[in-house]
Design a protein around this ligand. Sequence first.
Ligand SMILES: [Zn+2]
Length: 108
Amino acid sequence: MIKVFEHFDLAIVGHIKSVLEADGIQTYLKNQYTSGVLGEIPFVEAVPELWVVEDGDVARANALIRGLQLTDEMAGPEWQCQNCGSTVDGVYGRCWNCEQARPQESPA
Ligand SMILES: [Zn+2]
């Protein structure tokens, strides 16, 4: 399984999950039951995560997510990879270039 998306708003993660599944991609949602208390428990582990079950579907899943053209508000700000310096769209939890995970500290 590979994580393809994460967002603090479960509704957005659920929307993307339904889009991927409509295209025949098997997905797995993590942390869907903890998001309701996110405001009280600021653990990054509580951010809902969308995983793709079959590694072979990841490229297609990423293409679908990109095709959704999420607003900045939905996608979050772009972030800079701390490993290679690439600018990465806010929807991605990993660098497209080197697969470094997004730094978890919240932006100032
Ligand atoms: Zn990188």
